[in-house]
Ligand binder design. Sequence first.
Ligand code: PLP
Length: 356
Amino acid sequence: MIFTSLPSLCSAEEYHSIVRSAFESGILSHNGPILKKLEKQICIDLKINNYLAVTSGTIALQLAIEALKIKGTIIIPAFSWIASAGAAKWQNCKIKFCDINPKTLNICPTSLEKNIDSTVEAIMPVHVFGNPCEVEVLDELAKKYNLKIIYDSAHAFGSEVNGNSVLDYGDISCVSTHATKIFNTGEGGGLVSNSRDLNEKIKSLRFFGFDENKNVVSKGINGKMTELHAALGLGNIKYFLKTLKHRKHLNHVYRNHLNISKNITFQQIKEGSNCSYFAIIFDDKNLCTKAIEKLESNKVFPRRYFYPALNRLEILNSKQNCPIAESISERILCLPSHNNVSENDARFISEIILSL
Ligand SMILES: Cc1ncc(COP(=O)(O)O)c(C=O)c1O
């Protein structure tokens, strides 16, 4: 069976050797030594100045909204995972959805600008599948309308723009290190900001709102990553570059096989994309359904990611139309892309799709 995602893992022995110190010291949480080591290592590997680990990508988004004191409307692209909208809802913010660029699958700056009104305080662009957004254009727009940018970088660990980490853009960038992500801590997430004040605020917020003098100074939450999760991250990070290289290679292999199809298009990606997911977009949604059936009958399990478009989720009660996001979400499939997918597997999967 070939699944879309599988965690990239160090060996159990390596994990044990790192986590043993936590068993010996009894320190399992509270910003312990393993967590500090992991945060430092991530900064070194991604060439960033700050990384604050938390319990999930969703909590990272909530902490970012809280730290930036956003109370009004946040504009979110309709092509994303429910957590982007869910985090805004939990923070009691209003949501406006905007459409995406049909080629890059990222937020469309024109649609974004059309949605800006006096209630909008922030935007939450998503680096879809690790493909960097038009960060400079978004920076300009945010400046023009005095908006904060919270990047949903759930997929973008290791993605770059002009040789720099994409996490360096925006007021705060929020990563997910969930088991299915290109780098994982089992469950987990992280926040990146270059503002000293914001970093202090986030440190306090993730620890119930305590400051360094043990006074409760803000409405915090428990967002602390455990030493057990951090130890897994510290084991896994050693192999991150290898994983990144393999994802980029698989992306290339799939494209080479599938580009003869007249019914499929690919996400237009920037060079710095980490290629964490490989998606194909069918011209027709019925073909997409057929592909799922045929792949599953061959024990290959692709994922409809993201489906449906967020503005079509009843629970979010949106009255907005985002025709591009809606259309793409009905025709897109993510194909298996992880360390255990070989070139032969990619060829086998591509041939099934080409035979439709
Ligand atoms: C775009 C996007 N944002 C946010 C999240 C939430 O991350 P987590 O699962 O770590 O809470 C995900 C998770 O898959 C995601 O895909």
